[in-house]
Each structure stands twice: as structure tokens, then as C-alpha cells.
Design a protein around this ligand. Structure first.
Ligand SMILES: O=c1nc[nH]c2c1ncn2[C@H]1C[C@H](O)[C@@H](COP(=O)(O)OP(=O)(O)OP(=O)(O)O)O1
Ligand SMILES: [Mg+2]
Length: 198
């Protein structure tokens, strides 16, 4: 049984919110932190987990509700795991298109066999702002980085992320399919088990 009937999603990213909502289904009534504040907390952590906890606490404090945060990103082998926790800020806050352009440029000389990457997702659930025992769930999604964008679904780096098990980019996957196999889906499956709503 779900230990609460309302939850705030601690994200300002529309693409992410849509995916998290779809994955949670009608297990719980979902609000968005944007209803409470437009100010995004500074992501000062050195890990996905720390940033997820920080965002969850912030949303719980603003809303007075249990909060679920997602901190995620793309770790590229040839770049030593970059952009990693800095994925959203890779092109200094200029947005997804600039991030993707910068990534393609950084990998311009890297051959196909060395373009491995993984999407990483850390979910943090806090029951209240000062929760001393957040629930943390992680998910990884291995793939590689294309030489050019493909597809128009999803968000972020999806057009550049080759999904070997499907033979297409992650932006070419129907939303429902991405939501079954992605890093976020994997983390969410673990969270649902932990909450007894699997
Ligand atoms: O499934 C994904 N498909 C494509 N790109 C993705 C995905 N998952 C994360 N990403 C990228 C987007 C962003 O560049 C970074 C997340 O950064 P991250 O700080 O966690 O999210 P965000 O700032 O966009 O929204 P918020 O912090 O309010 O949840 O990784
Ligand atoms: Mg962020």
C-alpha cells in the first residue's frame, strides 16, 4: 500500500514530469513543485543522489507534501562520464539544443565503437522536508551516442542516444516504450516495489 495519497514531483522539467506521471499512473495523486514556486533550487551536490535529495527536500518544504525528485543525466565513456551531473548545464544553461550541439562537437573525432554512454537516474523520495531516511532508487540505461540527431519524441539528449535493444534513438521510441525501458523506468520500478505498489 502507498503510504500517502498525494505526492509532489520536485521537477521543473516538463518532459521529465510527463514521464514520471505516466509511470506513477493512478497510484497516487500527483502535484508539481511548479504549483508552489518557479524558483529552481541550486543543484550543489556532487552526485545524482545528493542532488535528488536536495530537490526533494526543497519541494517538500515548499508544499508540505511528500516529495519525489529525479536527478538524471548522461554519462559518456569517452568523456570520462561527463556531462554527468552537469548534463542540464553542459552548455551553460542554454538549453537542450545547445547541450546536444556541444556533445556532438565533443565527440566529433570519436569512432562508433568508442561512443558508449549511459543515462543515469536517481530518484529520491522524502516523506517530509527533514526526512532522515529518504528512499533512494537508481536506474541505468546503456547505449551510445549517435553522430546526428534522430527522432522528435522525448526531451533532452534523447535524439542523440542510440538504444541498442530497439535499434533506434531514444527520441524515436513511442513514449510508452521509453517509459518501460529507460533509466527512469528502471529506477521507478524499484521505487514502486519499495512502496508496495508494483
Ligand atoms: O530521459 C532522458 N532523456 C533525455 N535526456 C535526459 C533524460 N533524463 C535526463 N536527461 C538529461 C536532461 C538534462 O540535461 C539532464 C537532467 O538534469 P536534471 O537536473 O536532472 O533535470 P532538469 O534540470 O532538467 O529538471 P529538474 O532538475 O527540475 O528535475 O539530463
Ligand atoms: Mg536540474
Amino acid at each position: 500500500m502507498m503510504p500517502f495519497n498525494e505526492l509532489v514531483l520536485a521537477s521543473h522539467n516538463a518532459g521529465k514530469l510527463k514521464e514520471l506521471q505516466a509511470m506513477l499512473g493512478d497510484a497516487v495523486r500527483v502535484r508539481s513543485v511548479g504549483e508552489f514556486s518557479d524558483i529552481e533550487p541550486e543543484e550543489t551536490g556532487l552526485s545524482f543522489v545528493e542532488n535528488a535529495i536536495l530537490k526533494a527536500r526543497n519541494a517538500a518544504r515548499l508544499s508540505g507534501l511528500p516529495a519525489l525528485a529525479d536527478d538524471s543525466g548522461l554519462a559518456v565513456d569517452a568523456l570520462g562520464g561527463a556531462p554527468g551531473i552537469y548534463s542540464a548545464r553542459y552548455a551553460d544553461g542554454q538549453g537542450d539544443a545547445a547541450n546536444n550541439a556541444k556533445l556532438l562537437d565533443a565527440l566529433r573525432e570519436v569512432p562508433v565503437a568508442e561512443r558508449g554512454a549511459q543515462f543515469v537516474c536517481a530518484l529520491a523520495l522524502v516523506r517530509h522536508a527533514d526526512d532522515p531516511l529518504p528512499i533512494i532508487c537508481e536506474g541505468l540505461w546503456p547505449g551510445s551516442i549517435l553522430h546526428a540527431a534522430r527522432g522528435d519524441q522525448g526531451f533532452g539528449y534523447d535524439p542523440l542516444f542510440w538504444v541498442p535493444e530497439r535499434g533506434c534513438s531514444s527520441a524515436e521510441l513511442p513514449a510508452a516504450e521509453k517509459n518501460r525501458i529507460s533509466h527512469r523506468a528502471r529506477a521507478m520500478a524499484i521505487l514502486k516495489q519499495r512502496l508496495g505498489i508494483a
